[in-house]
Structures are given as structure tokens and as C-alpha cells.
Design a protein around this ligand. Structure first.
Ligand code: G3P
Ligand code: MG
Length: 346
């Protein structure tokens, strides 16, 4: 019999296109890796019929940990090293606001973890709801700190504190308590806790790290997220203060986030693959039409290069419904997405 020699093409890094991945509902669900994600990582790292390796970044609205810690988790789950230089989470762009404000209230996340993130970003005086409850336990009548939270919280001199901005870094673990504390701040005179403004228009600004109303977890139906807290807070402010609350959200689908991603991708391609020019196409793989697909499509309109939206069936978007923002391509999962992108480029 005649055997055909197997030819393995030499490994080549593509300098012409790149990939960007959403995380929840695409690579991870409920803390567990989506199995196709592992094969997808192998595929884009050269285990494909073309022997091509494609540069990629991660762009998630999630948060609650330092970028370094999150990348360690992802590296373990995806079985490929993920570096902070290729990773953006919801609160990453908030780093750029550390210079602007001296004293900030940081809300959300597990225990006091977001304090660590904010301090690492350079925020000088970080206050958490835990600090406020430890100082005045009747701030939140039905919430008691756990021993761990109590230990990690700080007693404040409330008369000396003026909160200049509120940052919701990650999902609240206690909506009632956190909303009470945020409302107290918003309705205060210039962020001085314990005071009440007569006009309710002297409070500090409030920033959310993203605006996802729902997100994908291990539950078969999407769960409410930070965008839901934002809507709830706006309604509460209206009910309690009788005024419209102006809030600012970072994350996808904001154009600033995609601009941030473009800069990160450029630096990553240069530092890790020595590619100096921008890619002609960036394929963005996401599961949420309202943030991933909307952001990619809108950015495609203003960007110099092509941003190509791919929607997967493993997350928020459910087959049988019409995505509010239509993607360029719908595929079953992340593996099919990367295969599609690589094949389209051949
Ligand atoms: O809280 C995280 C969630 O709202 C979205 O994360 O990775 O789908 O952008 P991701
Ligand atoms: Mg997602």
C-alpha cells in the first residue's frame, strides 16, 4: 500500500487578523469552563489545518478580582497561559480615574476584595460599605457583617470623610444594604456621610463598571446583573429623592471600552508577536447581543479596521429569539467561532 507522507505546515503567526473573546457565556459558565473553549484555545494556538497561530485578547464585563488573579484562574481553566497584557475586565478602565478622586466608595464583589483592586489601581482612600456598617451598624438594619468582613473592614471618622465618587466595581452581594449606602451618599451634601442635602443635587457622581442587565451562569436562564442594580437604583432615587439620577457605565458596549481594547491589542501584538501594524479584522466572539454584538457593530462603524461580530449559542442569547443587535455570524460555540474566523481568512 502507498502511504502519503503527512506534511505538517510550519507554525506561522497571523499578522493580518486577531480575535477578541467575551468570557461569561463564551468560555466560562457558572465558574466552569465550557468544554469547547479548551479545543478553541488549541486551535488558535496552531493546532489547525493551516498551522496558523492567531493573537487574541479577552474583554469581559465581569470583575471583582485583580487582573493578575483573574488571569491565573483563566490560565488554569483554559489550559493556556493568559497574561494581564491580553486581558480587560469591567473595572480595568477605572484605573485611569484614580488620579481624579481622593476618597471613593467602592461597591460590589466578594468580601473586601474590590478594595484591594481599587488600591492597586492607585485610588488613595478607598471606603467600602463594610467600613460604613462597621462604623455605624444601624446604617443597614437587616445586614450584619460576617466575621471575615468585620475583620477586613475599617472604622471611619465619619465627620472627616467626604466621598468624591462612587464606583460599582462588581456585582453587589447585598442589594438592599449597598443601595441604602449608595443612596445615603447620593443624597448627602458633597458626599459627607451623615448629612442630607436639601436639593439632592450635591451628591458625588456614580460609575458602574458595566451595564449588563442579565448575564450567563450555570442556571438555564440568564441571571440579573449589574445593569439591573443600576436600573433599580435609578428607580429608587426617583422614589426617595424625587429626581432623575445620572449614572455612568463603563464596559461593553461603550465605545471607550472598544478603544481601550484596540490599544491593548496593539500593544499585545507588538510585545508578544512583534507585529507593529494593526490587524485588518478583529473577530469578537460574544454571547450577549446588547453588549458584545452592539458594541462590536457600532465600533466597526467608527474604527479604521473591521470589527466582525460573532454570536454563540452557549450564553445569554437564546435560539428562537431575535437578537436585538444582529451579529454578522451565529455559531454554536467558541470552537465553531474560531474555526469560522480562521477559515474565513484563508
Ligand atoms: O458580571 C459579568 C457579566 O455581566 C458579563 O461578563 O464576560 O459576559 O462580559 P462577560
Ligand atoms: Mg458574556
Amino acid at each position: 500500500s502507498v502511504t502519503t507522507p503527512l506534511t505538517i505546515p510550519p507554525m506561522m503567526v497571523s499578522d493580518d487578523f486577531a480575535l477578541a473573546f467575551d468570557i461569561d457565556g463564551v468560555l466560562i459558565r457558572g465558574g466552569q469552563v465550557i468544554p469547547e473553549a479548551i479545543d478553541a484555545m488549541k486551535y488558535i494556538n496552531g493546532e489547525n489545518p493551516y498551522g496558523v497561530k492567531v493573537p487574541y485578547i479577552f474583554l469581559t464585563n465581569g470583575g471583582g478580582k485583580t487582573e493578575k488573579e483573574r488571569c491565573q484562574d483563566l490560565s488554569r481553566q483554559l489550559e493556556y497561559e493568559v497574561c494581564p497584557g491580553q486581558f480587560i475586565c469591567g473595572h480595568t478602565p477605572m484605573r485611569e480615574m484614580a488620579e481624579r478622586y481622593d476618597t471613593v466608595l467602592v461597591v460590589g464583589g466578594e468580601g473586601e476584595k474590590c478594595r484591594i483592586v481599587a488600591e492597586e489601581y492607585g485610588f488613595r482612600n478607598v471606603i467600602t460599605p463594610g467600613d460604613i456598617i462597621k462604623t455605624r451598624h444601624d446604617t443597614t438594619p437587616f445586614r450584619k457583617l460576617t466575621d471575615e468582613e468585620y475583620k477586613n473592614s475599617r472604622v471611619l471618622d465619619l465627620d472627616a470623610i467626604q466621598i468624591e465618587a462612587i464606583f460599582v466595581f462588581a456585582d453587589s452581594r447585598d442589594w438592599a444594604g449597598d443601595q441604602q449606602i449608595i443612596l445615603d451618599c447620593l443624597m448627602s451634601v458633597n458626599g459627607k456621610l451623615g448629612t442630607r442635602s436639601e436639593t439632592f443635587d450635591e451628591g458625588p457622581p456614580i460609575y458602574f463598571s458595566h451595564n449588563d442587565v442579565v448575564w450567563s451562569t450555570s442556571h438555564e436562564h440568564s441571571r440579573i446583573g449589574m445593569g439591573a442594580l443600576r436600573a433599580s437604583l435609578e428607580a429608587l432615587y426617583k422614589a426617595v429623592a424625587g429626581k432623575e439620577l445620572k449614572t455612568v457605565a463603563f464596559g461593553k458596549p461603550q465605545m471607550g471600552t472598544f478603544q481601550f481594547a484596540t490599544r491593548l491589542l496593539g500593544k499585545w501584538r507588538k510585545d508578544s508577536h512583534d507585529i507593529a501594524h494593526p490587524p485588518s479584522t478583529v473577530y469578537f466572539v460574544g454571547d450577549t447581543p446588547e453588549s458584545d454584538i452592539r458594541g462590536t457593530n457600532e465600533f466597526n462603524e467608527i474604527s479604521e479596521n473591521e470589527w466582525y461580530s460573532i454570536l454563540v449559542r452557549t450564553g445569554v442569547w437564546q435560539e428562537g429569539t431575535i437578537p436585538r443587535y444582529p451579529p454578522k455570524k451565529i455559531v454554536n460555540n467558541i470552537y465553531d467561532a474560531v474555526k469560522f474566523a480562521v477559515e474565513r481568512e484563508q
